[in-house]
Design a protein around this ligand. Structure first.
Ligand code: PEP
Length: 252
């Protein structure tokens, strides 16, 4: 059975003190996390160690970084490597978020290198894909997402792919208050799974966790998570409010 995951992407928000408070509020929220349900918290880099301390020995809670660099180590001032992230206890790393693709010009090819470095260092990539509004309007979103998957993931063998979590995040829904309808999310998630099945076989595709991201909140999470191919969410804005994030986690 594939895992159900709800991941908090804090982006570039919160002070250390606010972040600690948020994690403590979540830990105190009495979340029910049966086997196979995971909560992943992706704070900014400087808070990784602190959040790791707070969640260690808390079953079901895991740590993610929001990015890593596409080279192993060396003279890349300001960058952070996959090996460094693993050394501070990160379990996951978000790669290919649309904000990274847009503001930092990350390409599918560069993301393929990041995926490899993450996997080589024991990190599970949360690989983000999703189309901009003009692509959705032109109804070419399937081809757009298929290309992102092919160019960043399809060099992996099946065992490596099974370590990857995919997050479908239509760009027009991120931070905009516009959410994909449950039907739009299900259609794309089913398409992604079918693409993976065509490349890796159905058994592998059925094992891959596919998250939805884009203005998910307590009021729409239940309907989204009820879709058969939606295995949880990558949550931005609503992850900054403990009660909202906790409600989303409990929406399965
Ligand atoms: C995100 O940035 O991954 C995201 C889904 O943001 P939001 O929930 O704020 O739309």
């Amino acid at each position: 059975m594939r895992k159900k995951i709800v991941a908090a992407n804090w982006k570039m928000n919160l002070t250390l003190e606010q972040g600690e408070q948020l994690v403590n509020d979540l830990l105190g929220a009495g979340l029910q996390l049966p086997e196979g349900r995971e909560v992943v918290i992706a704070p900014p880099f400087p808070y990784l160690l602190k959040v790791k301390q707070l969640i260690s020995n808390k079953p079901g809670f895991f740590l993610a970084a929001q990015n890593c660099y596409s080279e192993k180590s060396g003279a890349y001032t300001g960058e952070v490597s996959a090996e460094m992230l693993r050394s501070v206890g990160a379990d996951f790393v978000i790669l290919g978020h649309s904000e990274r693709r847009e503001y930092f010009s990350e390409s599918n090819a560069q993301l393929a290198k990041k995926i490899d470095l993450a996997l080589a260092n024991g990190l599970k990539p949360i690989f983000c894909c999703g189309e901009p509004l003009e692509v959705r309007k032109a109804e070419t979103q399937n081809a757009y997402v298929a290309k992102q998957l092919a160019e960043s993931l399809y060099h992996l063998d099946a065992a490596a792919l099974k370590q990857v979590v995919i997050a479908y995040e239509p760009i027009w829904a991120i931070g905009t208050g516009l959410t994909a309808s449950a039907q739009q999310a299900q259609d794309m998630h089913a398409f992604i799974r079918a693409e993976l099945a065509a490349k890796y076989g159905d058994a592998v595709a059925q094992d891959i966790t596919i998250l939805y991201g884009g203005s998910a909140k307590p009021g729409n999470a239940k309907e989204l998570f009820a879709c058969p191919d939606v295995d949880g969410g990558l949550i931005g804005g609503a992850s900054l409010v403990a009660a909202d994030f906790a409600a989303i986690v409990q929406s399965f």
